[in-house]
Design a protein around this ligand. Structure first.
Ligand code: ADP
Ligand code: MG
Length: 397
């Protein structure tokens, strides 16, 4: 048997594995690198987050990504080159992180790389296929780190009938199901998503769905209308403005919010044009940028609140566990605390998963399932998440 296969079998038979999870979301803020020790598989999985870092992206790299992200027309040569460039860049950041953490390459059993989403297109009618595209080639990562790499998880989900998103259902179920308490796992990244896990739930009882914009509209408005900043740090600008309720109603009236859960979305819908259209339709173009930002922040929070109110059956005793960069936006959080005043809201840090690391950890868990799990763990008739092992395996040599 060749060495690559031998190593793969050896890794799959270990009692516990060190897996590096990588996440780079649509916010383009940076690469999240989470080193996890994972023992067991399926419902017996236990994870400890050993190390975590976010490597912020350089402005030039962000600009290169923005030429691709959710664009209808792109330069194919640029796309082709970025697929390789991103993979190699991720590999070099991993090598640096491993060294900084005083680990050796041999200590790491596998890398789980989500890649960079550049387009997400859920089917809109019976004649279109679900599709989504993540770039950052896994072979580049495997070759330049010398570590077995699993990447491009979303394609199998689609092949098996899903929308390729959100994939957090699998990891949320393994990590956060609780015997006596229902939970909402809320991730506020560029796009926000949530998983509702009833108490004592089987996988088929989960509801996992995208909600709508997370930080993306706030970030994009700030980038376009304020100099030299890429996000509204601690909501300082939004707090200077007033919510415009005519604009807020217009934003909330989009037909996406009338579609039933679960559903998925991306910046193909929630982008600057979406805001411009709402400003035009509501004839609120004359309000200040601060007021628009205050309104976009209220909108982001309202969409989350409406989703949770719809998804969780009334009279359910539940708690909300938050992750993603939106947790650091105190104004979004204020809206959530005010609305859910009788409900415990905490970050996933309370369960030992740093809120900025959660998504990277969940991809490490998906890789662990691919290496050693049994897809039957996720068998279900009810929700739209197929019972499959996801990701493509790249050997280092
Ligand atoms: N201190 C903060 N104040 C306000 N917003 C913040 C703060 N820290 C992070 N964010 C927001 O979080 C975003 C990054 O969130 P993240 O979960 O990494 O999203 P993604 O998964 O799309 O990369 C930033 O772009 C920013 O909008
Ligand atoms: Mg990010």
């Amino acid at each position: 048997m060749n060495n690559n296969l031998q190593k793969l079998i050896q890794v799959s038979q270990k009692e516990n594995r060190n897996i590096i999870g990588l996440m780079s979301g649509t916010s383009l803020d940076g690469l999240d690198i989470a080193l996890c020790n994972i023992s067991g598989t399926g419902v017996d999985t236990k994870v400890s987050l050993l190390q975590f870092t976010t490597i912020p992206y350089e402005v030039t790299f962000q600009e290169d990504l923005k030429k691709l992200l959710s664009k209808q027309v792109v330069d194919l040569k640029h796309l082709c080159q970025m697929n390789q460039k991103i993979g190699k860049k991720f590999a070099l950041h991993i090598n640096d992180a491993i060294q900084k953490w005083n680990y050796k390459r041999e200590d790491i059993d596998a890398i789980a790389s989500h890649g960079q989403t550049i387009f997400h297109a859920p089917s809109c009618d019976a004649n279109t296929e679900n599709s989504t595209l993540q770039i950052g080639d896994g072979d580049q990562i495997a070759y330049h780190t010398g570590i077995l790499t699993i990447s491009d998880f979303r394609q199998k989900h689609i092949a098996a009938g899903g929308q390729g998103a959100p994939l957090v259902a699998y990891g949320d179920y393994l990590l956060f199901k609780a015997p006596h308490l229902a939970r909402i796992l809320l991730n506020i990244g560029g796009i926000s998503n949530c998983t509702f896990i009833p108490a004592r739930a089987d996988f088929e009882q989960l509801i996992c769905t995208d909600i709508g914009p997370g930080n993306t509209l706030i970030d994009n408005w700030v980038c376009a209308h304020f100099n030299d900043i890429t996000f509204d740090q601690n909501a300082i600008i939004a707090r200077k403005g007033k919510v415009n309720y005519v604009l807020l109603e217009q934003l909330l009236s989009n037909s996406f919010f009338k579609k039933p859960f679960p559903k998925t979305t991306g910046q193909e819908l929630f982008n600057l044009q979406f805001v411009e259209n709402a400003l035009n339709h509501s004839k609120t173009n004359n309000i200040s940028n601060e007021d628009i930002l205050a309104t976009l922040t209220a909108f982001t929070a309202n969409v989350i609140i409406n989703a949770i109110d719809t998804i969780v059956p009334s009279d359910t005793n539940f708690e909300i566990l938050i992750s993603g960069g939106g947790y650091h936006n105190p104004l979004i959080m204020e809206y959530l605390y005010n609305h859910f005043d009788n409900i415990t809201i905490r970050s996933t840090a309370q369960l030992n998963i740093h809120p900025d690391a959660k998504e990277a950890v969940l991809f490490a868990l998906l890789a662990n399932e691919t290496l050693a799990g049994d897809p039957k763990t996720f068998e279900n008739k009810g929700n739209k998440n197929p019972a499959v092992q996801m990701g493509k395996i790249s050997f280092p040599h």
